[in-house]
Design a protein around this ligand. Structure first.
Ligand code: GDP
Length: 337
């Protein structure tokens, strides 16, 4: 993707003014891994950062089909109508490509919300490894907060490491479940429930309402089991329906309550500081890996060594040393050096 020469001060000014066109440009910039773009992105983020920090940051996870898009569409609409909030929707889905497959945060799946002036829906940055996708989403949060969005919802799939990455960038993590899919047990197995600050059993409507209540009760018991810390706050398990909108207010209230709970005893600051520390190291590691993967001289050496690899273990050992030496020689010329 080509981004024309970037006037960073102008971009910053327009993002702060809330210009949708410039927000989109800023998001494209943070999604790029090209060295020149990274430099511009860092400068932009440095200038935007002082204007962030007040938004309510919420992660939303659940297995495909749990109803995440429908829920975000309904809740986002309510937040705009009831509180006059500006709502941003971002996503972390490393498997996504913009041309097909499951695309979280897809504008078409959240049509109502995406069409509203006070909402901004951005699909997951496509492809690549989780670290890169998570970095772009994290930086996108800064852009959205600086642009005056009061709530940032970060959607992710209900499996594995993406959840951990999202939990590392939000204040409150909401897990959406559905009755009768057995995903509550999968959740426990994968440790996802452990990350949850609020749990909601979705699709509690029609014939399904009773099942949803039973499922919420079971999950509530399960939540007590996964919580190893006796003093830990009890995680609320609620039911809701994005169709009838019943329970949506309560789920949002639980999110707001959780945030107030964090603010009361100072743990919001601790949590965000810890997140900053993790982010710091992620960025250092990412930059090093990125350079290793893209520097032409390192890649040339690596290609030669890979082509000549034999079956003896020592050749890998020697090859690794040679690649590292090539990397060391390249370091002084790297953009971050
Ligand atoms: P996602 O994959 O988690 O984003 O799930 P979707 O939002 O795409 O929803 C999956 C399916 O569940 C769709 O057919 C929705 O219409 C349906 N659905 C979503 N929310 C509800 C709800 O509250 N009640 C009922 N009955 N169906 C729902």
């Amino acid at each position: 993707m080509v981004i024309m020469p970037i006037d960073v001060p102008e971009l910053v000014e327009q993002v702060l003014a809330g210009s949708r066109q410039h927000i989109a440009k800023a998001l494209t910039l943070v999604e790029s891994s090209k060295p020149a773009h990274r430099e511009n992105a860092r400068e932009m983020l440095r200038q935007l950062a002082p204007h962030t920090g007040d938004a309510i940051r919420v992660g939303i996870s659940g297995v495909p089909g749990a109803g995440k898009s429908t829920f975000i569409n309904a809740v986002g609409g309510k937040l705009i109508d009831d509180f006059d909030y500006k709502v941003a929707v971002l996503a972390v889905d490393p498997s996504s490509t913009r041309t097909g497959g499951s695309i979280l945060g897809d504008r078409t799946r959240m049509g109502d919300l995406a069409n509203r002036d006070k909402a901004f829906v951005r699909p997951s940055p496509s492809g690549g490894h989780l670290g890169g996708v998570a970095r772009a989403t994290r930086e996108a949060m800064i852009v959205m907060e600086a642009a005056g969005y009061n709530v940032v919802l970060v959607e992710t799939v209900g499996v594995g490491q993406s959840e951990v990455a999202v939990a590392g960038m939000v204040d409150t993590f909401l897990m959406l479940s559905v009755a009768g899919t057995g995903d509550q047990l999968q959740g426990i197995k994968k440790g996802i429930l452990e990350l949850a600050d609020v749990v909601a059993v979705n699709k509690a409507d029609g014939d399904n309402a009773g099942n949803a209540r039973v499922s919420a009760r079971d999950l509530s018991i399960a939540m007590k089991l996964v919580s190893s810390d006796a003093d830990k706050r009890r995680v609320p398990v609620l039911t809701c329906s994005s169709y009838t909108k019943e329970g949506l207010d309560d789920v949002w209230q639980a999110i707001v309550d959780h945030r107030a709970y964090l603010e009361k005893d100072g743990s919001l600051r601790v949590r965000r500081t810890e997140q900053q520390r993790e982010w710091l190291w992620n960025m250092v590691r990412n930059e090093i890996l990125e350079s290793l993967d893209t520097d032409p001289s390192v890649q040339q050496t690596a290609a030669r060594i890979e082509a000549g690899l034999g079956i003896e273990a020592t050749s890998a050992l020697e090859g690794a040393e040679e690649i590292l030496r090539a990397f060391a020689r390249a370091v002084p010329n790297l953009p971050w050096a």
